[in-house]
Design a protein around this ligand. Structure first.
Ligand code: C5J
Length: 224
């Protein structure tokens, strides 16, 4: 077992039964011209966590941990995109519309790819999800169960939308969850802070949070 200082209390995990989950670090959310920008957001805020997520990926890869990347995406015919979701954006900048990086939030388009510094490598799972949560309509639950995974370490964007939704789904399914604070970000800094507080409130009602340095120190100590 690896133990590290976390909020609201020490987090313990068994690395062979743990996956690192990197949520939606795709061009649609991090680069100008994507879905995030189309919704009026300043995408440069999300870019600040790229070095921390890269460090986390390097740590997980060094230790041979399962790595999972998710992408929020829809089928080309949008049959998996409810009208209520598509109607959310400005006309001409909605899901499925043509943008500078291809059709917005559509699977296989350039904008739907994970940003190059965090690109998946061989053996890592890439989960395309039509919803905010990573379990909804993805089959991920069965794959995690088959792999014997009990612990999930989270990173990615945005903290209060896809990260928090995925953590809540995981928490309901019995996974022990840890979110790395410097490796998640929101277009709204106050929402990130509020989400971190929500997660750890009431004895860790959704899970735990910790610093990257604390995780790294605990994992390297275990390895030594
Ligand atoms: C959003 C996400 N914000 N990945 N998606 O629409 O958080």
């Amino acid at each position: 077992m690896i133990r590290l200082p976390a909020r609201p209390a020490t987090f313990s995990f068994e690395p062979t039964r743990t996956a690192l989950v990197v949520i939606d670090m795709q061009r649609d959310f991090l680069e100008p011209g994507g879905f995030g920008a189309a919704l009026g957001n300043d995408v440069t805020l999300l870019q600040t966590i790229v070095p921390a997520v890269a460090s986390l990926l390097a740590l997980a890869r060094e230790q041979g941990m399962l790595v999972i990347h998710t992408r929020e995406s829809h089928l080309a015919d949008l049959s998996d995109c409810p009208a209520a979701k598509r109607e959310g954006g400005a006309v001409g900048l909605r899901i499925g519309d043509a943008g500078p990086m291809g059709r917005i939030l559509v699977r296989g388009e350039p904008g739907n790819q994970i940003i190059p510094p965090l690109a998946p490598i061989a053996g890592e799972w890439v989960i395309d999800k039509p919803g905010k949560g990573m379990f909804y309509a993805t089959g991920l639950g069965d794959r995690l169960a088959a792999q014997g995974i009990d612990y999930l370490i989270f990173a990615g964007v945005t903290t209060e939308v896809c990260v928090q939704t995925s953590m809540r789904e995981a928490n309901d399914r019995g996974y022990r969850c840890l979110l790395i604070e410097e490796a998640t970000e929101s277009y709204f800094p106050a929402f990130k802070q509020a989400t971190l507080e929500m997660i750890v409130a009431q004895g860790g009602i959704v899970g735990h949070t910790a610093n990257l340095a604390a995780l790294s120190a605990a994992m390297n100590e275990e390895q030594a």
